[in-house]
Write a new protein. Sequence first.
Length: 493
Amino acid sequence: MLRGQSAVEFLSVYGFVILVIAIAIAVLVLFMAIPKTILPTQCTFLSGFSCVDGIYTINSTAGTNSILLISATDMQPGIVNISSFKGYIDFHESTSGYCVPSVATEGQKVYCIANIGVTPSFGSVYFGTFDIYANYCTPSSSNFYTTKCPSDSNYTYGGNIRTQTVKLAFGKNSNTQINITNSQKSAVPAHFQQLISFNPSGYVLYERPDLGNIRFYYKSKELYSWCESNCSSYATGNAIFWVRLPVAISPSHNLSISMYILPLTVGYSDQYAGEAPQLSCPNPADTAGCATYGKYDNGANVFNNYWNFAGTSLPSSFTTAGSGSYSQNDGITVSSSSGSNYEIIATISSGSIIMDSLMELTSSTNGNLAAGHGGGSSTYTLYNAYTVNFANGYNNLYKYSSGTASSIATGSYTLTTAIYSLALSTAPSQTAYQNYIPKGNAADSSLSLSNFNQLAIGVASGGSIQLTWLRTRAYPPNGVMPVAHIGSVSIIS
């Protein structure tokens, strides 16, 4: 009886093990039988870096060689100074190679390019290896941006790849220096949002159509950037980028950063490099129901406060007050009831700020963009505030003191879809803008900005406002944005 029981237990346990092994062998045989042409790309680093993607493409420019592109994330807790990059495809060694940027820090993405002197067969599967040659060190946080690793700290970060050849327009890799000049007698603070404006038609040979391969660096460390408008290599006007600067600029001093134009295979990352939410749509002119709204929007990484009103629910940082309603669906429409006021209100940090919003305003609009705080009998509205009012084709700057409104400046303009701004400074100064052009200015110090901890979008008397995004950013020294001078383009080879 005991022998029979033992035999049954033996067959039950080991039979299950044998069954698992048989299934594993069957899966392996099935995987080996799959044609190589439908196997996914495999890219692996042995240490130091994590492979994000690998591409092996026929060089459509030269037509007689090929290019290996490895996109990788630095996993080292320090600084990696990259001196060169080599690739080997089916034992064919690259003729030249490099990585951009040439200096990487932990969590940063690098793009390494190797030129292979052979013409591959389109659609075939190739195996290869690659090596990043670099110096490595771990500096202290106080001199992180300026540390140079010793030349004898040599490291090789190797990996391997299996990929299918594709035909892609690769383009030329280039970079240019941008000198940012602070002409004022007060410093530009660290983490300041700098406006970078240039005509993309001058770089059309290197850019993706959506400018998604443009990156900004300070001492080779990637900076957060956000493309706001004219984000097209075919734009007739200047492209507008906002770049978050990591360090302060002293009075009457310059700061130099780099702009890299990476391979055409590199696009927006939605972490460091992003774009305005409506630009992610296939048809930017019609964002209704767009499934990709905000796909590459990293505005929250660039600005002090940022909302793109994606989805259908009001962000948790907002409250509502008054009689009216809002409708949110990748953007938001705020409407008031007839004869009533209605606001959406968010908490922000106090102090000098600029509030910007991409809004659609019409002749029937009766609304305002405001910053202030509640109090008195109006606990849930901005009881003390400076506002810019949009009504009847006029831009009126108002002050609400203890709930009582008084006009402090007026300027006329045409209500349309534009970027509307309200700048508040402890100078004191209050300025209203349309597309960054001043439309009204006043000097009033009766309300303390140190108490302002709320912003609001308000409408009245049956009016409505449509918003795509809303943000706050740092106030520039004396209200003057530092000037960014873009140098000539240098080709990276």
